[in-house]
Design a protein around this ligand. Structure first.
Ligand code: B12
Ligand code: SF4
Ligand code: SF4
Length: 331
């Protein structure tokens, strides 16, 4: 184990900012029972649906990723770009109710996280650079980086490192960028001065709970993946979607941004990212449902190069688009 080291937290944060991260904070790597219990009770209710990998016991203890870990350097990368999805007729839901068979929904909705280049590549490249830089400072320093794919709770550590708070829609919100940020960490055996955990700022607001069309936010902070459009469009590999989901997709074919779009913090504080790779591939902002429902495998391959959307296989994407069209069939 490595005790104190002349590298101070300010120098590390400065390096993270130089590498292009928008926020950085540090948490001491002791365990947090409250959050471990939250994960345990989430799994106990089967809210992970078919994501069996969520039950990996390593997720409960950060030492399973780096036994000598003493600090977790947490980073956030803003991915917001100021593009809007095309409007369907104003208030599509009302229009569709009054004209049930006249107007099929035209556009497919793709979540912002998937508009541009795969964020895993961009996060991992920057995190690797930070980890290598850290290790180059002293041969006794160990560092390991992760973002999304490792068995670690990204949001929990980010909150503890003071980047933002886990909100009622279960996303981590930052004061500067809202929740349009990706999260990652560098674990290290260095003991570094830690930041204070962020306090919650949802207050009495419940907009996200009310807006979720499938009531997936079963109570504030708790998302049941079985009911979540993001889960079903990205992770569910079944041939058809459950009827209660299919009927409420509202155009979504890849993820779902509803509980973030309605959030006042996002409406007020989103700012355009300076990461050019997050600018959308042009066809991702306003794809047509019919085109997605009939997309060939070859076209899928061409349309989504180096994209996080490649997790959604062509048959899943077509299934998602078809379910939308079937929910609002043309005459
Ligand atoms: C599994 C997963 C999913 C699942 C389950 C979602 C979920 N909420 O858990 C699905 C596929 C549905 C999903 C969807 C999305 N995801 Co996701 N996902 C993950 C993953 C891999 C694990 C999250 C996790 O641990 N869930 C387990 C449960 C237990 O955790 P939790 O909901 O966070 O619950 C905590 C809170 O409830 C907390 N808590 C806080 N306050 C309080 C108060 C009380 C009273 C209680 C009881 C609990 C509580 O306790 C729990 C901690 O154990 C992370 C990456 C990672 N390795 O962490 C990305 C991650 C969370 N996803 C991310 C994104 C971007 C999304 C989407 C926005 C994508 C999209 N547009 O479609 C949606 C958002 C849906 C939503 N509202 O959560 C980002 C979030 C970034 C951010 N700013 O928060 C992450 C961090 C990936 C990354 N590295 O950037 N995701
Ligand atoms: S991502 Fe969509 S379906 Fe999932 S909790 Fe948020 S609003 Fe509900
Ligand atoms: S919509 Fe309101 S309750 Fe939901 S996350 Fe945003 S501030 Fe919190």
């Amino acid at each position: 184990m490595l005790a104190q080291h002349p590298l101070d937290s300010d120098r590390i944060k400065q390096k993270a900012v130089e590498l292009g991260f928008h926020k950085v904070g540090i948490a001491a790597a002791d365990t947090s029972e409250a959050r471990e219990n939250s994960l345990q009770s989430w799994l106990g209710q089967s809210y992970q649906a078919d994501m069996a990998w969520m039950a990996n016991p390593k997720r409960q203890d950060v030492r399973s990723l780096l036994p000598s870990v003493r600090s977790v350097i947490c980073v956030a990368l803003n991915y917001y770009t100021p593009h809007d999805r095309p409007a369907e007729p104003q208030d599509f839901e009302l229009y569709a109710e009054e004209n049930p068979s006249k107007y099929p929904r035209r556009y497919a909705k793709i979540s912002r996280y998937g508009w541009g280049k795969d964020y895993h590549r961009i996060m991992h490249k920057k995190l690797k650079a930070l980890a290598l830089w850290l290790e180059a400072q002293d041969s006794a320093i160990e560092a390991r980086y992760c973002s999304d794919t490792a068995p670690i709770q990204d949001k929990v550590w980010a909150e503890r490192a003071g980047l933002g708070w886990i909100a009622k829609n279960s996303n981590l919100i930052t004061r500067e960028y809202g929740s349009w940020v990706f999260l990652g960490e560098v674990l290290t055996n260095l003991q570094i001065t830690s930041d204070r955990p962020h306090l919650p700022h949802c207050g009495t607001c419940t907009r996200c709970l009310e807006a979720c069309p499938t009531e997936a936010i079963v109570q504030p902070f708790i998302v049941d993946a079985n009911r979540c459009i993001a889960y079903h469009t990205i992770e569910n590999r079944a041939e058809t979607l459950p009827p209660a989901i299919a009927a409420n997709l509202q155009g979504w074919v890849a993820g779902c941004d509803i509980c973030q779009d309605v959030c006042p913090w996002n409406q007020r504080f989103a700012q355009e990212t300076d990461v050019a790779e997050f600018q959308p591939y042009p066809w991702n902002v306003a794809p047509e449902l019919e085109a997605i429902a009939t997309l060939s495998d070859a076209e899928w391959d061409r349309r989504f190069p180096a994209s996080a959307l490649r997790r959604i296989k062509p048959n899943m994407l077509r299934r998602n688009a078809r379910a939308n069209l079937e929910a609002n069939p043309p005459d």
